[in-house]
Design a protein around this ligand. Structure first.
Ligand code: ATP
Length: 249
């Protein structure tokens, strides 16, 4: 594949495309993952490809929720592993949290490949291969999960989720933290905390917040969590996009 010069104005975006494209060839990303990535890119373009103050705040609250959790799990799919495997492993180690593979287009081969990729990046234990239980109310393969992982988690961080599973996880009484560049998606609107940001910026920023907040009094963390208004934050993101579009020309 052609080398992308670092001076290219769209270097970061092109590098992400290159990673995703390579990962479709080695079976980590399903071909439909390219479409999901494209939708994400479009929204990132509208946001100016940077972390907004509202997203940074959502990342701070997500860090607080993860620090207060009893059994936090980070749910990963092919796109996430292709783009930010190391960031997910670092966040899981720092908290600590479990890592679980959850795929819409689930095959034994893909699960093995993704698991191997995570191990190559240094993951000690990866959940999701066993998938011995189902999330109630879901028909598709994303229902399959690990009893010791997502099924019994109190908090699930789901970068790149689909709305159905997000709702099903909420119905199980879990706190769901979603990372989704589209503030209008069903996922964004059903999650407990929605981070409208690119996973390539969001995961490492949550980890930065975990380091900043880890020695803070639990009452203060709880206060931060209790005052979070997800709907207000989403509406501010939509309003930012609309103002930005109106001010461009
Ligand atoms: P929903 O069921 O929630 O309405 P959807 O069907 O629109 O979701 P999917 O195709 O399941 O979406 O998943 C893709 C989602 O992931 C899109 O909303 C897209 O904005 C988001 N996305 C894609 N790439 C990234 C990324 N790198 N960072 C954050 N979000 C991303």
């Amino acid at each position: 594949m052609e080398e992308i010069p670092k001076t290219h104005p769209r270097y970061t975006s092109l590098m992400a495309r290159k990673k995703i494209s390579q990962s479709t060839k080695n079976g980590i990303v399903h071909e439909t993952g390219l479409i999901a990535h494209g939708r994400g890119e479009a929204f990132d373009y509208l946001l100016g490809e940077k972390t907004m103050p509202q997203s940074d705040m959502a990342e701070k609250v997500a860090a607080a929720v993860l620090l207060c959790a009893n059994n936090p799990v980070i749910s990963v799919n092919g796109n996430v592993v292709s783009l930010v495997a190391e960031d997910c492993i670092n966040l899981a180690d720092t908290l600590p949290a479990k890592l679980e593979i959850n795929l819409f287009h689930r095959t034994k081969k893909r699960i093995e490949k993704i698991s191997k990729e995570l191990s190559n990046y240094g993951a000690k234990k990866v959940y999701g291969q066993k998938a011995d239980v189902k999330i109630p109310g879901l028909e598709h393969n994303r229902a399959l999960c690990d009893r010791e992982g997502i099924f019994s988690a109190d908090v699930v961080l789901v970068p790149l989720e689909d709305g159905d599973r997000c709702q099903a996880l909420r119905n199980m009484g879990k706190t769901v933290i979603a990372i989704d560049l589209n503030p209008l998606s069903r996922t964004a609107r059903t999650a407990s905390i929605t981070i409208v940001d690119n996973v390539t910026r969001a995961i490492s920023n949550i980890e930065r917040w975990v380091h900043e907040l880890k020695n803070i009094d639990k009452n203060e963390l709880n206060n931060l969590i209790e005052t979070w208004d997800n709907e207000k934050n989403l509406s501010e993101m939509v309003s930012f996009i609309s103002k930005r579009l109106n001010s461009l020309f």
